[in-house]
Design a protein around this ligand. Structure first.
Ligand SMILES: [Zn+2]
Length: 411
């Protein structure tokens, strides 16, 4: 009994056509026209698989298959189908379409699960458009924050407006949707987005946990002036302050971080952004994460010190806004044990590894036990059109997802 590799491959290829950029990239921003188009086509595949599908007020696509023992806590499978603005074909989609394939295969193999199964394509996992992600899953878990629907994208459109354009009306009084105890387990398959599996030459990995990210937005404010006339000593150059902080932050993480600490500044806005004006205001993001919470806290404190010192040195006003803070979340031992067993039967000999990136599973972990499966991706490249995973590897990962889901679904 195995999954249908050809059908899965075809679905992956078809979905990659929506929002396609270049030969291999995709751009399906959360709540966009392309996102809606993707949701519609995937909804059809859910229905083919025997699921009853609907789109909720947060933009989540939810398919449901009633189990023969509906009083049992349910099994949820899923991931996301939105993408980064310059993203790849496999991030999220491998797990979302893999989950649908699992249910479709059960149906074809004549299996009625004891537990009810839901497959979810969570809305706005990526967080690129509104600078805050894992939105849909937070809606389900009751973790939407005050004022979040009023967050704006770069065009000035609020999340609420974007969702309306997408075709749904968010209702925060309906959040959380699930209570503790409603869900027996959540399973997510995802491409690794890192180089570990390739390094050890294994197609699939069993995840031990997700390291927690801190996201900050740092704003530095100096004073604009003519690049030709203000003497160097009199300047309050915000861009210079930012460069100083970014370089020192990188050095800090490299020299004082653990093996699992990573720190990144990936986005910056310069005002007024002109070649002959000294930068008055610079805003940049900080992403700091580690599975080791103590190590992360230690580095975070030092980062604040760096920011303070650099701001003082360049005579800048500073403001630090915290966008996200989550602690490391560990996969459930009992789910890992089932995965290990099934993995052995499939002869995969999959290693156990950590997840640096966060996933929808991070939020699901607050309302359910969870397990994750990683699939090897080429050179660990992700959030990039060059992202690539072999169909052979995806098939093996989804096969393990299938076997694990079967075990859990039978109660
Ligand atoms: Zn993803």
């Amino acid at each position: 009994m195995s999954i249908n590799r050809e059908r899965l491959k075809q679905h992956l290829e078809e979905l990659a056509e929506i929002g396609k950029i270049g030969e291999t990239g995709v751009c399906r921003l959360a709540h966009s026209k392309e996102d809606r188009q993707a949701v519609e086509i995937v909804k059809g595949w859910m229905e083919d698989a025997g699921l009853t599908a609907r789109i909720d007020g947060f933009g989540n696509l939810i398919g449901r298959l009633e189990g023969s023992e509906p009083e049992l806590p349910i099994l949820i499978l899923g991931s996301h189908i939105d993408s980064q603005p310059y993203g790849g074909r496999f991030d999220g989609t491998a797990g979302a379409l893999g989950a649908i394939e699992v249910v479709h295969s059960m149906k074809e193999n004549g299996i009625t699960p004891a537990r009810t199964i839901e497959v979810i394509c969570f809305s706005d996992e990526e967080g690129s458009r509104f600078n805050k992600g894992i939105f849909g899953v937070r809606g389900l878990a009751g973790m939407i924050e005050e004022g979040e629907l009023e967050r704006k994208d770069k065009q000035g459109m609020t999340r609420r407006e974007a969702l309306k354009e997408f075709g749904v009306e968010p209702d925060l009084s309906k959040s959380p949707v699930y209570q503790k105890g409603d869900i027996a387990a959540f399973l997510e398959l995802h491409i690794e987005q890192g180089p570990v599996l390739e390094n050890v030459n294994k197609p699939v990995g069993i995840v031990s946990g997700i390291s927690g990210p801190i996201w900050l937005t740092v704003t530095l404010e100096g004073f604009a002036g003519h690049a030709g006339s203000v003497p160097m000593k009199m300047r309050q150059d915000a861009l210079l302050g930012a460069s100083d902080i970014i370089t020192k932050f990188d050095r800090l993480v490299k020299t004082e971080g653990t093996d699992t600490t990573v720190g990144t500044v990936g986005s910056m806005q310069v005002f007024p952004n002109s070649r002959n004006i000294i930068a008055e205001k610079v805003e940049f993001t900080v992403d700091l994460r580690d599975i080791d919470l103590e190590a992360r806290t230690r580095l975070e404190e030092k980062l604040y010190k760096i920011i303070e010192e650099s701001a003082a040195e360049y005579k800048l006003k500073v403001d630090i806004k915290e966008d996200t803070r989550s602690e490391p979340r560990y996969c459930a031992d009992w789910i890992k044990a089932i995965m290990k067993e099934e993995d052995g039967k499939l002869g995969l000999d999959s290693p156990t590894l950590m997840s640096g990136p966060f996933h929808d599973a991070l939020i699901m972990s607050y309302i359910s036990d969870y397990g994750m499966i990683f699939v090897r991706c080429e050179k660990g490249i992700s959030h990039n059109p060059l992202e690539f995973a072999e169909m052979d590897d995806i098939e093996k990962g989804v096969q393990l997802l299938y076997k694990t889901a079967l075990r859990i679904a039978q109660g």
